[in-house]
Design a protein around this ligand. Structure first.
Ligand code: EPU
Length: 344
């Protein structure tokens, strides 16, 4: 197990920040992780687990050991006539896994096409897009204790999934290294498959009709999602970013009524628990940030919720912009928005 010193992380964070780590190890198997937990450089330093680096903002070099999850492999664990349990190791690229499922005719995650990052990061924050969240198709995951390497299996209840939340961001923050995730998917090849495509969210239906798709299929839904994402979200390979920088805030009913009375066109999504989700992108746009360039950073012109690195931004520059945006949303609307990305 090789541990590198003074490792550049420039290509390992989608903000494209020039940062480094004191130590760095790439883990390619569960056995390699077991070996790593015995190593003194590992035990004696603070740790940061990195997946695709697509949801992280480094405000400084990391003064500890960064562990990159590169455990690969996809396998079918079991299947019935209508359903299949597929296990993907955490180091698989999420979008490639989605495409693999589509090729097998396994339905359930096509709406989550083109989300950057690795499979292991998906349950961390219960990734979601276009009306689907990972929790809807989650079966179980295997995680290794970060101190001992011991393997624990987490089922749906254990993970405590919420909107961009899980037990791994709260009670078990920095306690586990996710090794694999299993999903329960629908076999569309089965003549008795029971499946309803989720095309209600946002622009999916319009995009499908623009694409002249009359007979729904996995590839078409995936292509529509890809088209929408590409039209709104900047490609991190071209313009550094980490997707939505903030979470969409949930407000109480009274607060919502106060806001909607003043802003009748405000988009809003009532939740089952009585709270209302307000798009942070809309709030930020109303505060005048959309498309604004501030030094080497700014809020993106097509999606205000995405902060970008125009070239030589430092992590602190992006973080300072985020704090300014947060303050102006609080001043104008009395709503506290919180980051979705991990700030380290
Ligand atoms: N809006 C604005 N101005 C903007 C951006 C959005 O007014 O600059 C409005 C839109 O018009 C729309 C509403 O806000 O009425 C929602 O916008 P959108 O559908 O683009 O989605 P979002 O709520 O901004 C969330 C996720 C995205 C995910 C999309 C689609 C969060 C924090 N973000 O964004 O996830 O792709 O929905 O499902 O929940 C990510 O997590 O990195 C991410 C990109």
């Amino acid at each position: 197990m090789k541990i590198e010193e003074n490792k550049a992380l420039d290509d390992l964070n989608t903000f494209g920040l020039i940062v480094g780590a004191k130590y760095f190890a790439e883990v390619k198997s569960v056995d390699e992780f077991s070996e790593l937990v015995q190593n003194e450089t590992y035990t004696g330093n603070k740790k940061l687990i990195l997946g695709g680096g697509s949801n992280i903002l480094f405000t400084d070099c990391f003064d500890g050991i960064v562990i990159k999850n590169s455990i690969k492999g996809i396998s079918v664990v079991s299947e019935t006539e209508r359903e299949v349990i597929v296990k993907a190791n955490a180091g698989e690229v999420w979008h490639e896994f989605v495409l693999w499922c589509i090729e097998q005719n396994y339905a359930g995650i096509e709406n989550l096409s083109l989300i950057p990052g690795l499979v292991g990061a998906a349950p961390m924050q219960n990734i979601g897009a276009y009306g689907v969240e990972i929790k809807d198709v989650f079966q179980e995951l295997e995680a290794l204790n970060i101190e001992t390497g011991e393997l624990t299996v987490f089922n749906l209840n254990d993970c405590n999934f919420g909107y961009r939340e899980s037990v791994f961001k709260n009670k078990f923050k920095d306690k586990f290294f996710i090794a694999s995730v299993s999903f329960k998917l629908t076999k569309l090849s089965s003549p008795n498959a029971l499946y309803r495509f989720k095309t209600d969210y946002g622009d999916i239906k319009n995009t499908l009709s623009e694409m002249q798709v009359y007979d729904l299929n996995l590839k078409a839904v995936s292509d529509a999602v890809i088209k929408i994402r590409q039209s709104k979200l900047p490609d991190p390979k071209v313009l550094g970013n980490a997707g939505s920088f903030f979470k969409n805030p949930l407000v109480l009913k009274e607060k919502y009524e106060e806001l909607i009375a003043k802003n009748p066109v405000m988009p809003n999504y009532p939740q089952k628990d009585g709270t209302v989700k307000i798009p942070a992108g809309w709030l930020i746009e109303q505060c005048g940030w959309k498309g604004k360039v501030v030094g080497n950073t700014g809020s993106h012109k097509s999606q205000a919720l995405v902060l970008v690195n125009y070239g030589n931004a430092s992590g602190n520059e992006i973080w300072n912009l985020a704090l300014e945006i947060k303050k102006s949303v609080l001043d104008k609307f009395g709503i506290e928005i919180t980051p979705e990305v991990n700030v380290v």
